[in-house]
Design a protein around this ligand. Sequence first.
Ligand SMILES: *Cc1c(COP(=O)(O)O)cnc(C)c1O
Length: 364
Amino acid sequence: MYKKSGYPKLIVDLQKLKHNIDVVQLACRDQGVEIAGIIKGCTGLGPCAMQYERAGCAYIGSSRLEQLAPLREMGIQAPLMMVRVPMLSEVEDVVRICDISLNSEVAVLKALNAQARTQDKEHQVILMADCGDLREGFWDKDEMVEVAVMVEKDLHNLHLAGVGVNVGCYGSLLPTPEKLQELVDIAERIEERIGRELEIISGGATSSLMRVDDGNLPPRVNHLRIGEGILLAYDLPHLYGYDHHHLHQDVFKLRAEVIEVKTKPSHPVGEIGFDAFGHRIKYEDRGMRRRALLGIGKCDYGDPEELICCEPGAQVLGASSDHTILDIEDAERDLKVGDIIEFDIKYATIVYLTNSGNVEKVYI
Ligand SMILES: *Cc1c(COP(=O)(O)O)cnc(C)c1O
């Protein structure tokens, strides 16, 4: 079988990842908040998942079962959390693989209950409220309360662990203290009806770390699901101005190899139609320029504009499926075929690169 060697390589610094987990977890614990480490951003890479286990994360979660399934065999003991509301067609695997799942549909809850009975298990569920972000969750909060009561009273192989909300992912909603208090209010309505406390009030994802930093998380929110804020730690400082310099933003780095270096016109020569992806592109004419081609492309990382080139003086011009084109006219280094170019990368790029079988993962 063909085994990938050489470049491109994704360099994963596990010490830096562990540091980020420790720091975020400590800040949260200080305020009575447990975290689920969400590993979908790095496609659930096993060595990365292990760092969450080593750090003692309360839960390890993903939106994809295929990423959670191997974790037990790797020796991970932390409860596994399915964070994308399950498909009806996967409830058997959800119960087999995961300890806890986020839910918003009665039909799925009933199917989970039936499966849990078949597998002789108790599966934990968190009911999701939609507080305005307009992705998953109950919009009608009266309905949500009734469903919670039904889970508690009738679905004996499910345990209603709590309630949760997602903000920011689709509707760009901010996790203001008032928004998160809406979730607490729903939790308390449910508690009143079922006559006991809910264990988990899960107040969102990375964006809710703003409330931890500001110290104004509603007191009863005791759980967050953190992906980006640990893996990359870019959004809060760069989008919202929070000081997260104590977190590493370079857990992941990309290295790609130069496969051609030539001086060429900077504007295509001839009649112009569409690029490989059917787009009309504007090309700037800067005369003859030195260019380098890299052996990596959109299939590996998605959008070339998300790449942050670390090579002084070099600039990403564009890409096709398997090629990336750099302008190196002003590069400080005299670049040659076989040289390696390093990039800092953003969240979406990490998602794509960790998914690409063409990219070797190197752990340091
Ligand atoms: C992806 C996801 C998260 C983690 O999001 P980040 O912004 O990366 O922290 C949390 N909860 C749910 C439901 C998700 O889908």
